[in-house]
Design a protein around this ligand. Structure first.
Ligand code: ZN
Length: 309
């Protein structure tokens, strides 16, 4: 009897490990903590992602083009299935500055979010419209050694994430061939493999199309959802062939190889309340107002008339 009581006491004394966080799509079949109960700052008021209502964005002329350092550096990097997404760690020589940022940031990693359908999958939405996927390139202030150190900082801009919506098209995006072909080698959690050499510029739109972007202050979109992220969401989407997009949900699983298979799809967080926040838009490269051509035509006619007479 005594030993039974001791056993009971010991059992009760064991701390109950909190269930690991997961997306809604995984929580339906696995004991894990879904988005409604995510820990940390996830129930805060400055959360990400958001829907960007373009009618309510404010033009900000300080949102100048970015300078990209080593985004053209071709390197063989490792891709890993981390149980929530596929992630590629990046070398710290890859940096961004300009772009309305107060200082230089260095890259740490990129990952993606997707669905098994083409009309959803992105985290941010623009005027209520989702992309089929979203690419996040995560950077921290240059002075920090790693993400944990950046998260220990007090600012609301310790981390800068560049977000690109990905849309389905009929053309094959050859910049993604390498990455998509690697997915069959990282099907299960903790699998990793070397990618063939590539640069970040292989993945994103041409630099002259990156002048226009939205800017707001928000959070990480995974626990602990720290509200320390300065967000950039580019106007220009990345285009992938629909078959390239669907490969992610077909090939990848959330679980370890030894566990029950659960497709990795819908690994995106729903949009959060904007609250009192303002979303800004850059002003560079905005097309001339429609009025210009209509003013220009009579002027040219007049000049031509003067010249001819
Ligand atoms: Zn992300």
């Amino acid at each position: 009897m005594i030993s039974f009581l001791m056993l009971l006491a010991l059992t009760l004394a064991q701390p109950v490990a909190p269930a690991h966080w997961c997306y809604q799509s995984q929580s339906q079949t696995t004991a894990c903590t879904g988005p409604d109960n995510w820990p940390g700052y996830c129930q805060g008021k400055q959360q990400s992602p958001i829907d960007i209502n373009t009618d309510k964005t404010m033009l900000n002329v300080s949102l100048v083009p970015f300078q990209f350092t080593d985004y053209d550096k071709r390197e063989s990097r490792i891709i890993e299935n981390n149980g929530h997404s596929v992630e590629v760690k990046l070398e710290n020589s890859i940096k961004i500055s300009g772009g309305g940022l107060q200082e230089t940031y260095k890259a740490v990693a990129f990952h993606l979010h997707w669905s098994d359908a083409l009309d959803e999958g992105s985290e941010h939405t623009i005027d209520g419209q989702s992309g089929a996927m979203e690419l996040h390139i995560v950077h921290i202030k240059d002075k920090y050694k790693n993400v944990s150190e950046a998260l220990a900082g007090n600012g609301n801009d310790e981390i800068a994430v560049l977000g690109f919506l990905i849309k389905a098209s009929h053309g094959n995006n050859t910049g993604f061939t390498n990455l998509v072909e690697s997915l069959s080698k990282v099907q299960y959690q903790s699998n990793n493999t070397h990618l063939k050499e590539f640069s970040l510029f292989d993945l994103i739109p041409r630099i002259d199309k990156l002048k226009n972007y939205y800017r707001y202050w928000g959070s990480l979109t995974t626990p602990n959802c720290d509200e320390k992220v300065i967000w950039t969401v580019f106007h220009e989407p990345i285009l992938l062939h629909m078959n390239q997009i669907l490969e992610f949900s077909k090939k990848l699983y959330y679980n370890l190889e030894s566990d029950k298979k659960i497709s990795m799809a819908d690994n995106f967080r729903n949009t959060q309340q904007l609250g009192g926040r303002q979303v800004f838009t850059s002003g560079v490269g905005i097309p001339l107002p429609h009025a210009w051509p209509t003013l220009l035509a009579p002027l040219l006619t007049y000049l031509l008339a003067v010249f001819l007479y």
